[in-house]
Design a protein around this ligand. Structure first.
Ligand SMILES: Cc1cc2nc3c(=O)[nH]c(=O)nc-3n(C[C@H](O)[C@H](O)[C@H](O)COP(=O)(O)OP(=O)(O)OC[C@H]3O[C@@H](n4cnc5c(N)ncnc54)[C@H](O)[C@@H]3O)c2cc1C
Length: 131
């Protein structure tokens, strides 16, 4: 991905709201080609498309553990009872390692914290809404 390395003044030029905290950073990276998508719309549309192709989605169910026979998964235990399927795909994000650990499967997924923050804009004339 293309990026620009900016010094302090470069950052302020692209994001004037940073002027008031210019003594708190030394520079930054600008990614002119970066984009933002609507992940709510994206995931809902995927759900619609999967449903249209025959998938049945079950929401509000918590998976507690996997039932196994040796290294083979034979079912799942949920807060709504046990369930079985022809095949199993674990996609619990950062919660996956805990579920897979009893099978001796180690997946290097670890949640990160602090690289993104969301703040209210108290001065609409301040931050620009652009990359
Ligand atoms: C603040 C933040 C900003 C990010 N920004 C970006 C970005 O700009 N661009 C980008 O590409 N990525 C971004 N990411 C990363 C991106 O969100 C993740 O890589 C992506 O969501 C991982 O998808 P996933 O389906 O593997 O897991 P997840 O999205 O974590 O989904 C796992 C799902 O499993 C469910 N679950 C967990 N445990 C259980 C259980 N026991 N029973 C039932 N369900 C369970 C969870 O509720 C969740 O819905 C960001 C992440 C964070 C935290």
């Amino acid at each position: 991905m293309a990026y620009q390395r900016l010094d302090r003044e470069g950052c302020v030029l692209h994001e004037p709201a940073l002027a008031r905290v210019r003594d708190k950073f030394v520079g930054g990276l600008r990614l002119p080609g970066d984009e933002t998508g609507d992940c709510f719309k994206f995931t809902n549309r995927i759900a619609e498309m999967a449903t249209a192709r025959g998938a049945r989605l079950r929401f509000g169910i918590s998976i507690e553990s996997l039932l196994t026979d040796g290294k083979r998964i034979t079912g799942i235990v949920t807060d709504h009872g046990r369930m079985q399927a022809d095949a199993y795909l674990v996609a619990l994000g950062s919660h996956s390692p805990r579920l897979l650990a009893p099978l001796g499967v180690r997946v290097p997924i670890y949640p990160v914290k602090g690289y993104s923050i969301t703040l209210p804009i108290t001065d609409p004339g301040g931050p620009r809404n652009r990359p």
